[in-house]
Design a binder for this molecule. Structure first.
Ligand code: PLP
Length: 362
């Protein structure tokens, strides 16, 4: 395979790339997270040397020493972002600089080296460009997964001296095949996601590992997702395993839990900005599960929704817990949820004006 040098990256094209007709077939129903493109980006980090060996290369398994630090102590962070194919054939990303910034913040929390934001951006763009033919049209998108993990072979407990940064890409179909459906949530009684001083605000694999048993419990109770309460008092609503939450009240105002132990979602921040621009009163304040039940039952709460890059905005229908179930509104979302979803996806896909300059052309 011939390698060429573009900028600081050495590019090696995949000589066994999926053929165009086969790719078109796969893109008809990509699902989520199970289909991958032909290439990946890797950059190595070595203490004392910094970032080096920048590569765009055929997607392939890593060879890891069994003592590789990430396999033992989970020193790992990731991001999730999307590239879209616009009507005119051009390619756009949504606020990727925010992912770059959050990635550096997650790295700092996990005692890892922060990759310079412009290098993160260049890595992601290199992959989007070389695998551009994998971006689905219509309502699909190319989901990008940058991640960084400790790669030193050493069993002592301290931050690793070696890391691998990698970006892979996975074509994703329309998230809601066969129509949008409100999700049912399970409120976890005894499992929490994040405590003050912990890693709740960092996008690290360990948070997800800790959430899986609660998610399993949610499924066992016939729910789609788990919603976590705070670790200190087991009282305040925090977020889902991988999405932030919003509550729409009957006076038109919106409440969302404040930052701190929750993940600072870019979708969350965008929704707050869009809603405030419409003149909606958005309050970032503590909101208890007991209040949620009371407000949903009395009708004071009209709608509730969850948001994140993967599913964008999803209505919350019913909430189940050991203390009983309750339904929000008619159990199927509402006008505020729907209009915020339409506006956000419209901006992301270049169909709605973008006054804040959130759309980044590749
Ligand atoms: C990634 C993530 C979100 C959503 O963040 P976005 O930037 O909107 O995609 C919310 N909660 C958790 C725990 C997450 O990991």
């Amino acid at each position: 395979m011939a390698a060429e040098q573009t900028s600081r990256f050495t590019v090696t094209r995949n000589s066994q790339a999926v053929a165009a007709d086969q790719r078109a077939l796969l893109l008809e129903d990509p699902g989520f997270g199970r289909l991958f493109t032909d290439h990946m980006v890797t950059i190595r980090y070595t203490e004392g040397q910094g970032w080096h060996s920048h590569k765009v290369e055929p997607r392939a398994p890593f060879q890891l020493d069994p003592a590789c630090a990430v396999l033992h102590y989970a020193q790992e962070i990731f991001e999730g972002m999307k590239a879209y194919r616009l009507e005119d054939g051009s390619i756009a990303m949504f606020r990727p600089e925010e992912n770059a910034r959050r990635f550096a913040e997650s790295a700092e929390r996990m005692a890892m080296p922060a990759i310079p934001e412009e290098l993160f951006m260049e890595a992601v763009e290199q992959l989007v460009k070389i695998d551009a033919d994998w971006i689905p049209g219509g309502e699909g998108s190319l989901y990008l997964r940058p991640f960084l993990f400790a790669s030193e072979a050493f069993l002592g407990v301290r931050p690793s001296n070696e890391y691998i940064f990698c970006v892979i890409a996975s074509p994703a179909g329309a998230y809601f095949k066969g129509g949008k459906k409100a999700v049912t949530l399970w409120v976890s009684d005894h499992y929490t996601r994040a405590a003050r001083g912990g890693t709740g605000a960092a996008k690290c694999g360990g948070n997800y590992a800790a959430s899986l048993v609660a998610q399993k419990e949610a499924i066992q109770h016939g729910c789609d997702q788990v919603v976590f309460l705070d670790a200190a008092e087991n009282k305040w609503v925090e977020e889902l395993g991988g999405m932030n939450v919003f509550f729409v009240m009957d006076d038109g105002s919106i409440i969302t839990p404040p930052l701190g132990t929750i993940l600072p979602g870019i979708t969350r921040n965008s929704i707050i900005t869009l809603a405030r621009a419409k003149g909606i009163d958005v309050r970032e304040e503590l909101y208890s599960f007991a209040q949620w039940r009371e407000d949903a039952t009395s009708g004071r709460m009209r709608e509730a929704f969850a948001c994140g890059t993967a599913a964008v905005v999803t209505a919350i229908g019913t909430v189940k817990s050991t203390g009983g179930d309750f339904t929000i509104g008619n159990g199927d979302g509402g006008l505020v949820t729907e209009s915020l979803r339409a506006e956000l996806t419209g901006i992301q896909r270049g169909a709605v004006a973008d006054p804040a300059g959130w759309v980044h052309m590749v």
